[in-house]
Design a binder for this molecule. Structure first.
Ligand code: KG4
Ligand code: ZN
Length: 359
């Protein structure tokens, strides 16, 4: 179904620790994109505390929503309401799904729910950094062409790591996935072991800038020809190295940070990036992909982006940095393409904490 020009979606995202609302026009234009991060709440625990997340979503939703719809002309300007219904934390998801259902019902708008991973993929369809940075985007702004199918997408988030083949919108084939920790989870756990803050990805990236790991080696789990991943061994290796450094240097980890930890962080990042990029590039060649996409929070990693661009045989697309981590703009885009294919939900919609991209 071809949606009318100017079709506008109000989208909500609450699957983890970001309360987000966005308004998306014609599937790719960001009218508004509001994200209230709960990072400060969870930081001291070194990870997301589900009960705290659910409560915070409930209190943040109204102000976030109000800010997101401020630029539009009332409810008449909204054609559909979208939300994420899984995977994610059950209580957190419930906050967004219930809000979306209530709004759609009260305003008599269609309801479209999407998979959170699908939303991360669709961040690649949103307008590019240059336009988004320009602030007010004219409605007739010319957006670059959409990523061409077939394509291979590497999804790397805090909860998931998967290599997916897309032959068309909504047509997903799982090529491989992690057998243990997700890539983002590995960054977070390794950072915690090294005494760095949460979330670990940005911290590791920061202290690894310009650092040559030299003789510090971190292993890679290739798992043969498979497109699956495994990061738990790398994490354990970091743990052993940190313990060894503490013993041999007989100093606290905080003191050891400049030399030992910086090299270890750089070696860790190099190892994770090498495995992610090698498998993605091999998959792209095998399926004759026309392009490669990066998606999910770890897609914000500069080493991953640069290495993939350097080694990929086909063009690489990645979302602007601020659209890599959780946001509702990507939910609105995914919902637009799914709604155009006839996907719609009714009031019986519930949350699916373990929802799979490919059943
Ligand atoms: O997609 P996301 O916001 O949430 C989930 O759906 O899981 O991803 C969050 C993850 C965290 O593990 C965080 O450490 C990681 O993305 N991350 C990064 C970077 N920025 C965020 N990992 C590596 N390098 C980064 N620059
Ligand atoms: Zn996410």
């Amino acid at each position: 179904m071809k949606l009318k020009p100017g079709f506008t979606i109000l989208a909500l995202e609450t699957s983890c620790d970001e309360t987000a609302a966005a308004v998306i026009r014609d599937g790719r234009q960001i009218v508004s994109n509001v994200v209230a991060s709960q990072m400060h709440l969870h930081e001291r625990y070194g990870g997301v505390v589900p009960e705290l997340a659910s409560r915070e979503h409930i209190t943040s939703m109204a102000p976030v929503l109000k800010e997101a719809i401020a630029p539009i002309n009332g409810w008449d300007a909204i054609d559909a309401v979208a939300c994420t219904y899984g995977p994610g934390l059950p209580g957190a998801l419930l906050a967004g799904v219930n809000a979306a259902k209530a709004l759609a019902w009260a305003q008599n708008k269609p309801l479209v729910a999407v998979n959170h991973l699908e939303a991360h993929i669709y961040a690649n369809w949103l307008m590019p950094e240059t336009l988004a940075a320009a602030g007010e985007v004219p409605t007739d702004a010319v957006l670059p062409p959409e990523p061409p199918f077939p394509l291979v997408c590497l999804i790397v988030s805090g909860g998931h790591t998967a290599l997916v083949l897309l032959r068309d919108h909504g047509d997903y084939q799982l090529l491989g996935q992690t057998r243990d920790d997700a890539a983002g989870e590995a960054f977070d756990k390794a950072a915690r072991i090294m005494g760095l803050g949460y979330p670990g990805g940005p911290q590791i990236q920061k202290i690894a800038v310009g650092v040559d790991p030299g003789d510090v080696k971190v292993p890679r789990a290739w798992l043969g020809e498979s497109y699956d991943f495994s990061f738990s061994g790398v994490k354990t290796h970091i743990l052993h190295e940190v313990q060894r450094a503490k013993v041999t240097l007989d100093i606290s980890l905080a003191e050891a940070q400049p030399e030992v930890v910086r090299k270890l962080a750089a070696a860790f990042q190099e190892s994770v990036v090498d495995v992610l990029v090698t498998k993605t590039v091999n998959a792209a060649r095998e399926v004759d992909a026309r392009c490669v996409l990066l998606a999910g929070g770890v897609a914000a990693n500069a080493a991953l982006r640069d290495t993939l661009i350097a080694r990929s045989p086909v063009p690489v697309h990645s979302p602007p940095i601020w659209l890599c981590t959780d946001n509702a703009a990507m939910v609105g885009t995914a919902a637009y393409f799914r709604f155009a294919q006839g996907v719609q939900h009714d009031w019986s919609l519930g949350v699916k904490p373990n929802l799979k991209l490919v059943p």
